[in-house]
Design a protein around this ligand. Structure first.
Ligand SMILES: N[C@@H](CCC[C@H](N)C(=O)O)C(=O)O
Length: 355
């Protein structure tokens, strides 16, 4: 639900509604858009009505406008992992630069988000491509919560209702989200990558080439870690040499997270998940994300956690993973070695920002 501000009684046929947000009304108080500045477009007696708590019945027409100085977007979140979604279907060139993405993601001086995601034309026989900039402007290969959001975003752009499956090209290869009857999105996240050099990590590998339950010194503490890539790198830890099982709420994420992220053992930096085991099918995690810091959820992270939990013998292949923003259902399927993630993706508001 959101507040919608509608300018009515304009004679211009193409006049769009203007959607205002509960969260960032200041965005709409900048330079008036061209049609408002053009007197020939203005009726003598324009009326303004505020129609609160109404969802637009269809895609807002302002998403169709192509003004190079204004970015129209839709904000989505997956369990509080929030993104600015951009309709980039006409080009493989992202509409904003990494520097602009940083500004837009800033929670004080911009819209506020963990990243900016672009829905682009498909490549290699896929329906669409997805690219993403983290809030620090870096570009990750994949984003699990983001791929659920982009599925819902594309469905909205293409006015598709009901169940729908898309083939999405990402930096991690083909990813297949499927919108289910209940609105949740189930994603085939592909196979986990375990070979140390491919994660990548310089930590010593075991006889299979994987880094499983290996000691990593961070901040003077020996953490037992397992390294998994879901296209993007993850370092998963369930315990230290001193602490047999974490109470994850006690982990000082802001202190220790950046030290994992920039550790010399991770040449491409890393996402890090701290995990508490409730049972063999129920885990709880907190995450420090590469390029975004502490977030409320990380889809690729939850997948990596279940893979690591199975490899370390803590859990079975089907688990509920509790994140600060809510639960994800994860399955690491034995038959095809693929990881499947199921969870929500919710639209928050429509907006525009000057570039
Ligand atoms: N939150 C995302 C992961 C986003 C990318 C990550 N910060 C990275 O740099 O790898 C998810 O839901 O997977």
């Amino acid at each position: 639900m959101e507040a919608v501000l509608t300018f009515s009684s304009y004679p211009c046929r193409s006049l769009p509604s203007i959607y205002a947000t509960r969260f960032s009304p200041k965005l709409y108080h900048r330079k008036p858009s061209k049609f408002l500045r053009n007197p020939s477009c203005r009726p003598p007696f324009a009326s303004i009505s505020v129609d609160a708590l109404r969802m637009p019945s269809s895609k807002p027409s302002f998403l169709d406008r192509k003004d190079p100085d204004i970015l129209h977007f839709v904000k989505y979140h997956g369990l509080g992992n929030d993104f600015i979604l951009v309709d980039n279907r006409d080009s493989l060139e992202p509409r904003v630069t990494p520097e602009q993405a940083m500004k837009i993601c800033n929670r004080n001086f911009g819209v506020g988000a963990d990243g900016v995601i672009f829905a682009m034309p498909g490549l290699n026989g896929t329906d669409y491509s997805m690219r993403i900039f983290n809030s620090d402007g870096s570009e990750p290969e994949m984003c699990g919560n983001g791929v659920r959001c982009i599925a819902r975003f594309i469905a909205e752009l293409e006015s598709i209702e009901g169940t729908q499956r898309f083939k999405i090209h990402t930096g991690a290869g083909l990813i297949v989200p499927e919108i289910q009857d209940d609105g949740k999105v189930k994603v085939d996240m592909g196979q986990p990558i375990l070979l140390a050099a491919d994660v990548p990590t310089k930590l010593p590998a075991n006889h299979t080439g994987a880094v499983v339950n290996t000691e990593l010194f961070v901040d003077g503490v020996g953490w037992n870690v397992t390294c998994v890539s879901m296209g993007n790198p993850h370092c998963v830890t369930f315990n230290t040499k001193q602490v047999e099982a974490f109470q994850v709420d006690e982990i000082k994420l802001e202190e220790v997270g950046p030290k994992f992220e920039h550790h010399e053992m991770f040449p491409s930096r890393t996402n890090t998940e701290f995990v508490q085991v409730f049972s063999r099918s129920h885990l709880k995690m907190r995450v420090w994300e590469r390029g975004a810091g502490a977030t409320l959820a990380c889809g690729t992270g939850a997948c990596a956690v279940v893979v690591a939990a199975v490899l370390e013998g803590h859990a079975e292949r089907i688990c509920t993973v509790d994140l600060p923003g809510g639960p994800l259902e994860i399955e690491w399927r034995e038959e095809d070695n693929h990881v499947y993630m199921t969870g929500p993706a919710e639209k928050v508001f429509y907006g525009s920002v000057p570039l």
